[in-house]
Design a protein around this ligand. Structure first.
Ligand code: IMP
Ligand code: MG
Length: 176
């Protein structure tokens, strides 16, 4: 059985303060388009994008999945909704929830390059550096975290916990 940690790993207040900082960095890139990888990044994308508000800043969503109902990636990345996007000559800010093995972000960047984006910067809420399998770094990172499975603020375990405003660690109680 999995259970939540006693208190949040990262509070909603901390997320807000950090978003104020990284949105300032992202402003300098001045993207034409925010491309958000659903589902885990929906809250992060909403909070980030309102801090970047500009009449000509576009936003589009794709859906990536690699996990199924477990806490370990199965290594296959699927991307939905990318075919109809017009990225030619655009400065794209790619937003994802977590950089874990790196497979998802790596795969997405390859595809965006192929589709003709003129410049791509990557932005993730959380980075698990020690879990990396594929050599990729994000340009903007909200928080560095260790090797733990986390939920809340859009992130799920088997599609649960996404609506929690804070970020929590999910612990295995080893049958207790
Ligand atoms: P990667 O392809 O291994 O880097 O995995 C990235 C995706 O796995 C993220 O976009 C998340 O959807 C999911 N993921 C990785 N770690 C966690 C976690 O701790 N909690 C919830 N989802 C996670
Ligand atoms: Mg997920």
């Amino acid at each position: 059985m999995y259970m939540l940690s006693d208190k949040p790993l990262i509070s909603a207040k901390q997320i807000e303060m950090r978003l104020d900082e990284i949105s300032g960095q992202v402003q300098e890139f001045r993207p034409d388009l925010i491309l958000s990888a659903l589902t885990g990044s929906f809250m992060f994308t909403a909070d980030l994008s309102r801090r970047l508000a500009r009449s000509d800043l576009q936003i589009q969503f794709i859906k990536t999945s690699s996990y199924g109902n477990s806490t370990e990636s199965n290594g296959n990345v699927s991307i939905e909704g990318i075919d109809h996007l017009d990225l030619k000559g655009k400065k794209v800010l790619l937003v994802d929830d977590i950089l874990d093995s790196g497979r998802t972000l790596y795969c997405l960047v390859q595809v965006l390059q192929k589709l003709g984006a003129s410049s791509i910067k990557t932005c993730v809420l959380l980075n698990k550096e020690e879990r990396r399998i594929v050599d990729i770094h994000a340009d903007y990172v909200g928080f560095e975290i260790g090797n733990e499975f986390i939920v809340g603020y859009g992130l799920d375990y088997a599609n649960n916990y996404r609506t929690y405003p804070d970020i929590w660690t999910l612990k295995d109680d080893h049958g207790k």
